[in-house]
Ligand binder design. Structure first.
Ligand code: UD1
Length: 340
């Protein structure tokens, strides 16, 4: 019998790539998604890649009753990976309550419904944003967390605190929080990637859309940071590498290899690239010249963030394998596919 995993937000960017890796590792997957920022087509695309059609349930996890019903029906699942959340940093500043309501209610309903039904393993989709403006680099899991700059980021930090309380009170319940650095890239099949719903938020979709003419030019937010070329440095990680780390975390919990009821892991490459590095690599990889302009710094941006990767290496046996060139090439292939 296959182990069953429930993936909330399984039609989303990181969720869909993780579902593919889970299926390829012989797990049975149930996707719960309200399609608020994703498409049902993704389920068919997962089928096209893997040959398996995952069970898909359209439920808004803010609805406690419906959430309970779904978890009761799938109480034979062993674990939940929770991706379902709003993620636009700027929007969260403008509409904080929308973010607290959505991201926290859906978390609370999920962990309460699953534990009531005896599903006591949980993987949380967290973010390096929980470190705020770190005092030292690289960022290890021992680096002090701080109040993030945005309500979006704060929902990630609050969720980790909720999980801390829950795992202390319910000794059956175990969780792993995966703190992503900057996920980019797309599936090599060209069938999955980040769906540009409305105005993009992050650097990579801005670059690909500036390159194909969807937007006039890329605005580079600040070139006066204390970095080698004045633009901020981030740790970009391929979404498929990230998805693979989830499968390892799933096995760690199911095999009871975890050392604490709540564990945290940074998921990055450990390599920092500046915005100009990314632009130059994009131009070299694709041969497309980018129209860009330097402008004011964006509020809340920090000069440098990159991960220490030792813990994930030692405890999960996981290291990111794909480099910047591959991340960019796959993002560009995906952008071209969805526009053709
Ligand atoms: C943000 C969030 C992070 C979230 C991540 C992925 C914060 C502080 N950061 O990271 O929590 O997990 O997105 O969704 O909340 N840039 C430009 N022009 C653009 C867009 C971006 O120059 O049009 C620059 C930014 O100034 C930054 C870099 O590109 O230096 C990366 O930005 P972005 O992709 O938005 O990610 P982060 O802000 O690092």
């Amino acid at each position: 019998m296959k182990n069953k995993v429930i993936v909330t937000g399984g039609c989303g960017y990181i969720g869909s790539h993780t579902v593919v890796e889970l299926i390829e590792n012989n797990f049975e997957v149930v996707i719960i998604d309200d399609l608020s920022n994703s498409s049902k087509k993704t389920v068919e695309r997962i089928h096209d890649i893997t040959g398996v059609l995952p069970n898909f349930i359209n439920v808004d996890l803010k609805n406690e009753l419906e959430t309970n019903t779904v978890f009761k029906k799938h109480k034979d699942a062993q674990l939940v990976i929770h991706f379902a959340a709003h993620k636009a940093v700027g929007e969260s500043v403008a509409e904080p309550l929308k973010y607290y309501q959505n991201n926290l209610y859906s978390l609370l309903n999920t962990i309460s419904a699953q534990s009531q039904n005896g599903i006591n393993n949980f993987i949380f989709s967290s973010s390096a944003t929980v470190y705020g403006l770190p005092e030292t680099l690289p960022i290890t899991e021992k680096t002090k967390t701080q109040r993030p700059f945005s309500p979006y980021g704060n929902t990630k930090k609050m969720a980790e605190e909720i999980l801390d309380d829950l795992t202390k009170s319910n000794h059956e319940f175990s969780a792993i929080s995966l703190r992503y650095f900057n996920p980019i890239g797309a599936h090599e099949s060209g069938l999955l990637g980040e769906l540009p719903n409305g105005i993009p938020n992050n650097l990579m979709p801005y670059i690909t859309q500036a390159a194909n003419g969807n937007i006039e030019k890329l605005m580079v937010y600040g070139n006066d940071y204390p970095t080698k070329d004045g633009t901020p440095i981030r740790d970009y990680i391929h979404v498929v590498d990230l998805a693979k780390a989830h499968v390892i975390a799933v096995k760690r919990l199911l095999n009871k290899e975890h050392e604490k009821p709540l564990e945290f892991f940074n998921l990055g490459t450990g390599i920092g690239y500046s915005v100009m590095d990314v632009i130059n690599c994009f131009e070299n990889t694709t041969g497309v010249k980018l129209n860009y302009e330097f402008t004011e710094r964006r509020a809340g941006d920090v000069p440098q963030l990159y991960a220490a990767t030792t813990l994930a290496q030692e405890k999960l046996g996981w290291t990111a394998e794909k480099g910047l060139h591959e991340m960019i090439k796959s993002s560009w292939d995906w952008e071209n596919n969805i526009n053709n």
